[in-house]
Design a protein around this ligand. Structure first.
Ligand code: ADP
Ligand code: MG
Length: 416
């Protein structure tokens, strides 16, 4: 049918630039895209408008109809007033480059739409999903109607009823559909992000009992020494020895608490050069109490290597992996941690000699909610760890044999 393929092409363009691109932007983990999210949204909406203008529905000489008004509405409502301003200016500018009498009509329509967008932008941001759909689709349909009336009254254009219905209907449906899907995805992504954050809290609370146990031990020791010193006379030498042990014990408890809090507290995102040896020391402060509780011995061969990352996140990842290894050795076992250099990468190997995984389990690792630990597990630790490693340009691979053990290989680009 005449013009239908152009209309569908317009719909497709809007879906790509106003739905697909923003969603991909939401789920990506790259810093650059996260920092420039707003500008990318605007550029994407500009591309949508450009593409609409380049593939319009030919109606009569000098007039072009397309879904640019829908693109402008969605881009303006989501981006707020500054975005609406940029997009409206851009649309008018580009429409004039194309030329024809419709360009002047376009200025009138876009100005009206722009004023409506400015009025609605605030309440749109706060509106519920349903209201957002109503606001966006009525604005874009209204703009489409104004565009048609405008060209009929001022320029004497005439249209078939079929075209009018099709054009209005497509504008309405496309806008409603895009806003609806975007909102659904957005909520879904939000829930997912919250779950990821909750996973950390789960680990924090899980480790809390072993940590408090580990902190209580030195306190008991120190208290015992003090009581002894209070009740008995000791030689100067003995006294000094007691005091030295007490100070060491208190320092240890202090270190554990400090590192645990570093891990547990939320902190602003900060990528810095990290030293793997220091990071592993911190991790071990936190998981050693847990290892002791499970009769697991820790063996490490760790050297100084620098890599780039975010301390909090790398801690979360290292704690998840070492905790999994310890949990795979409920009675006793050995947790081995090694670092090496390999083709300009830092290779970190964390392995256990615990129960291991079957091929099926290995294949499912990193799948959300996959756990063999029943109510004790969340099945999110591996997913979060993989995400964290990838966000720092690293790679994780896993090898495992049933009843022999599991090894995690983590590679990060080295920094000089
Ligand atoms: P959770 O630890 O809460 O179960 P994870 O995502 O951390 O969730 O791990 C998912 C599953 O992967 C675990 O339930 C376990 O079956 C398996 N797994 C992970 N690490 C190991 C390991 N070192 N040894 C054996 N199985 C492991
Ligand atoms: Mg786990």
């Amino acid at each position: 049918m005449y013009g239908l393929e152009h209309l569908l092409l317009n719909v497709f363009v809007l879906l790509v630039f106003l739905l697909f691109v923003p969603i991909v932007l939401e789920i990506n983990t790259y810093k650059f895209f996260n920092e420039h999210k707003r500008s990318i949204h605007v550029v994407s909406a500009m591309l949508a408008i450009t593409a609409c203008l380049l593939f319009p529905i030919p109606i009569m000489d000098g007039y072009i109809f397309d879904l640019r008004l829908a693109a402008l509405t969605i881009g303006g409502l989501y981006g707020g007033i500054p975005a609406a301003m940029v997009l409206a200016g851009f649309t008018i500018f580009f429409r004039f480059i194309i030329g024809g009498i419709g360009a002047i009509a376009s200025v009138i329509v876009i100005s009206i739409l722009f004023i409506l967008l400015v009025c609605m932008a605030r309440s749109f941001q706060k509106a519920s999903r349903k209201r957002k759909i109503v606001i966006a689709s009525s604005l874009s349909t209204l703009a489409a109607i104004v565009a048609i009336l405008n060209s009929m009254v001022l320029f004497g254009a005439s249209f078939s009823i079929l075209f009018l219905t099709l054009y209005g209907f497509t504008t309405l449906c496309t806008t409603a559909f895009i806003v609806y899907l975007y909102e659904v995805f957005h909520d879904h992504i939000l829930v997912h992000k919250r779950v990821m954050r909750a996973e950390k809290m789960e680990v924090v609370s899980h480790l809390a009992s072993s940590i408090s146990h580990e902190v209580r031990n030195p306190l008991t020791t120190v208290r015992g020494f003090m009581q002894m010193m209070l009740q008995n006379e000791f030689s100067e030498e003995k006294r000094k020895e007691f005091l030295k042990i007490s100070i060491d014990e208190i320092d240890r408890a202090n270190d554990i608490i400090r590192d645990y809090l570093t891990f547990a507290k939320p902190s602003p995102e900060k990528v810095t050069n990290l030293n793997i040896k220091e990071e592993l020391e911190r991790t071990l402060h936190i998981v050693t109490p847990f290892a002791k509780m499970n009769g697991v011995e820790i063996q490490e061969k760790v050297d100084d290597y620098s890599f780039r990352g975010e301390e909090q996140l790398i801690q979360q990842c290292l704690i998840n992996l070492t905790k999994n290894c310890i949990e795979a050795m409920p009675n006793k076992g050995r947790l081995t941690i090694e670092t090496k250099e390999e083709h300009g990468n830092l290779l970190l190997v964390i392995s256990d000699n615990g129960k291991g995984m079957t091929k099926e389990q290995l294949a499912r690792i990193g799948e959300p909610y996959f756990t063999t630990k029943g109510r004790e597990g969340t099945g999110l630790g591996m997913l979060v760890s993989i995400r964290i490693i990838e966000s720092m340009s690293g790679k994780l691979s896993v090898e495992s044999q049933v009843n022999e053990g599991t090894s995690f290989f983590i590679r990060f680009p080295l920094v000089e």
